[in-house]
Design a protein around this ligand. Structure first.
Ligand code: FAD
Length: 445
C-alpha cells in the first residue's frame, strides 16, 4: 500500500517544512525533523503509513491538534502521522454517546453538544483537540464533578502497530483500553475515534471573579489552601497570577480567581460560589464579582487571553498536597520571577478526588500548579524558556507527580503514573507494540 499521493512529505521535499511547522501550535517549533510526514485522512492512510514505517524501520509519532507544549510528536528521523484531518463527530442523543475523531477541537465539540442540550468535559481552550487531550487525562469544564475527561471515554477505535483495526473497551483488549486512558504522549497505537459518554447540559453556567495585588499572595494562597477541600465540587477554583489582565483593564500584576460553576439554578450557583468571597484580603481586592451568569463561549474567549496564538511557549507543572506554609517560598519565587503577560502561574483546586476508574491515569493530588512561559521574540528564548522548569524543579520535593497535560518530560523527567500503572503500561506496550514502533514518552523516571 503506497503512502497517500500529495499528502506525504519526505524531508527535503517542497512543502515538507510547511507540513512540519503546521503540526505545532506553539510558535517555538523544535529543531526536530521527521524523515517523513504523512497527512492521514482515512484508515487506509494509517495502515499504509505503519507498513512504510515498518519496512523502513522508522518509529512513529502522532499529532492530532498539535497542542503538546513540548511538541512531543516531532522527533528526529521517524515518521510523523498527522491526524488533524480526523475531525468528524457523530452525536447520538438517544444513547447519550458521541463518536469523535482525534482531530476534533474540544471547543467545537462542546458547541455542537451545547446545541443539542448535551455536555462533555471538553478542555478549557480553543484549538486543543480531543486526541492528545483525552489520552492524557483531560481537565475540562465541570471536571471536578465528571472526572478527568478520559473517565468518560467508553471505547476507542484504534489501529495497532501490526496495522490491525480494533475496537477497544473494558471487554475488548482491556489492557490497551487501560493504557488509552492516561498514557498520553506515550500511547502505543493510533486512535482513529473516541466513543464518549455524554451528559445533560447543566442548566446554569455561572462565575465569580476576584483579583488581588501580588502583595496579598500570602493571604490569598494560604486561604485558598485552607478552603480547598471545602470548595463545592461544581466550582472550579482557578487562581491565575499574571503581570497584567488586559481584558478586564488591570494593567499591573494580579492574582485572579476566575471560577466557573455549573448548577441547576442560579440560586444554587450563587450558593456554591459563596465560599470564594471569604478571602481575608477581600478588602484589598482590585475587582470583586461574587456571581454573574455566563456561558461557555464567553469562558473560551476569556481563557484564550492567556494563550495568545502568536507566542512562543514553555510549560511545566506539579501535583501537590503540601501545606501553604511549605508552598509559599516557591510561590514567592514564582511571582518574583514571573515574566510579562501572557506568562502565568496557575493554581487549580482539584481534590479531594473520589475513587477513579481502573485506568493508566493514576496520579493526582489536592492542588495542581502549572507555569506557562509565553513570549514573542526568539531572542528571548534564553531569558524565558527555562522559567517553568526551573521553578517546578525547585518545588519538586513537594510534588506527588505531574500531569501529562502540561508535560515537560524531555527537559524534566517526573512521575506521571503510579509504579503499578507503569508496570501495566510496559506490559501492554510489549504485547501490542513489541518492536517499539511508537515513540515512548520523551523522558520518564
Ligand atoms: C493553549 C493550551 C491550552 C490547554 N488547555 C488544556 C485544558 O484546559 N485541559 C487539559 O487537560 N489540557 C490542556 N492543554 C494540554 C493539552 O490537553 C495537551 O497538550 C494535549 O496533548 C493536546 O492535544 P492535541 O491533540 O491538541 O495535541 P497533540 O500535540 O496532537 O497530541 C499530544 C500527544 O498525544 C498523542 N496523540 C495525539 N493524537 C493521537 C492519536 N490520534 N493516536 C495516538 N496518540 C495520539 C501523541 O503522542 C502526541 O504527541 C492545553 C494545551 C494548550 C497548548
Amino acid at each position: 500500500m503506497a503512502l497517500p499521493e500529495g499528502r506525504h512529505f519526505v524531508r527535503g521535499d517542497d512543502g515538507y517544512e510547511d507540513a512540519r511547522r503546521s503540526t505545532v501550535w506553539n510558535q517555538r517549533v523544535p529543531d526536530r525533523y521527521p524523515a517523513v510526514i504523512v497527512q492521514a485522512l482515512d484508515d487506509d492512510d494509517i495502515v499504509a503509513a505503519l507498513a512504510y514505517a515498518k519496512a523502513n524501520d522508522l518509529q512513529v509519532g502522532i499529532r492530532s491538534g498539535g497542542h503538546s507544549w513540548a511538541a512531543n510528536h516531532l522527533r528526529d528521523g521517524g515518521l510523523l502521522l498527522d491526524m488533524h484531518g480526523f475531525d468528524q463527530a457523530r452525536i447520538d442523543k438517544d444513547k447519550m454517546v458521541a463518536v469523535a475523531g482525534p482531530g476534533k477541537g474540544g471547543s467545537i465539540l462542546a458547541a455542537e453538544l451545547d446545541a443539542e442540550g448535551l455536555f462533555f468535559p471538553a478542555g478549557h481552550c480553543k484549538g486543543v483537540c480531543i486526541g492528545g487531550y483525552l489520552l492524557q487525562g483531560g481537565y475540562g469544564w465541570n471536571s471536578r464533578v465528571l472526572g478527568p475527561a478520559c473517565e468518560s471515554v467508553i471505547g476507542l477505535d484504534v489501529i495497532t502497530a501490526d496495522g490491525e483495526k480494533r475496537y477497544i473497551d473494558a471487554d475488548n483488549h482491556p489492557d490497551l483500553y487501560y493504557a488509552a486512558r492516561g498514557a498520553g504522549p506515550g500511547f502505543f497505537a493510533v486512535v482513529t475515534a473516541f466513543h464518549l459518554k455524554l451528559y445533560a447540559k447543566p442548566a446554569i453556567c455561572g462565575m465569580s471573579f476576584y483579583a488581588y495585588p501580588f502583595e496579598c499572595a500570602d493571604e490569598v494562597f494560604t486561604w485558598a489552601r485552607e478552603i480547598s477541600a471545602d470548595v463545592d465540587r461544581r466550582v472550579e477554583l482557578q487562581i491565575v497570577a499574571t503581570r497584567s489582565v488586559p481584558d478586564v483593564g488591570i494593567d499591573g500584576p494580579a492574582i485572579v480567581l476566575a471560577s466557573p460553576v455549573f448548577a441547576d439554578d442560579e440560586k444554587e450557583a450563587e450558593k456554591a460560589l459563596a465560599l470564594l468571597g471569604t478571602c481575608p484580603a477581600i478588602d484589598k481586592a482590585l475587582a470583586k464579582v461574587p456571581y454573574a451568569p455566563t456561558d461557555l463561549p464567553t469562558w473560551y474567549t476569556a481563557v484564550m487571553g492567556n494563550y495568545l496564538e502568536d507566542h512562543r511557549y514553555s510549560a511545566d507543572n506539579m501535583w501537590t498536597s503540601a501545606s501553604a506554609a511549605d508552598l509559599m517560598p516557591g510561590i514567592h519565587r514564582i511571582l518574583q520571577t514571573l515574566p510579562p503577560h501572557p506568562a502565568h502561574f496557575l493554581w487549580l483546586n482539584w481534590g479531594p478526588s473520589p475513587a477513579r476508574a481502573d485506568m493508566a491515569y493514576s496520579v493526582e493530588a489536592e492542588i495542581y500548579l502549572a507555569l506557562y512561559g509565553g513570549w514573542m521574540d526568539e531572542g528571548d528564548d534564553e531569558k524565558y524558556a527555562d522559567w517553568p522548569r526551573a521553578n517546578m524543579a525547585e518545588m519538586a520535593h513537594l510534588a506527588t507527580g505531574i500531569q501529562l497535560a502540561d508535560e515537560n518530560l524531555g527537559q524534566r523527567p517526573a512521575k506521571f503514573a503510579t509504579d503499578e500503572a507503569m508496570a501495566r503500561l510496559d506490559k501492554a506496550r510489549a504485547a501490542y507494540d513489541p518492536d517499539g514502533r511508537f515513540y515512548p514518552w520523551m523522558g520518564r523516571v
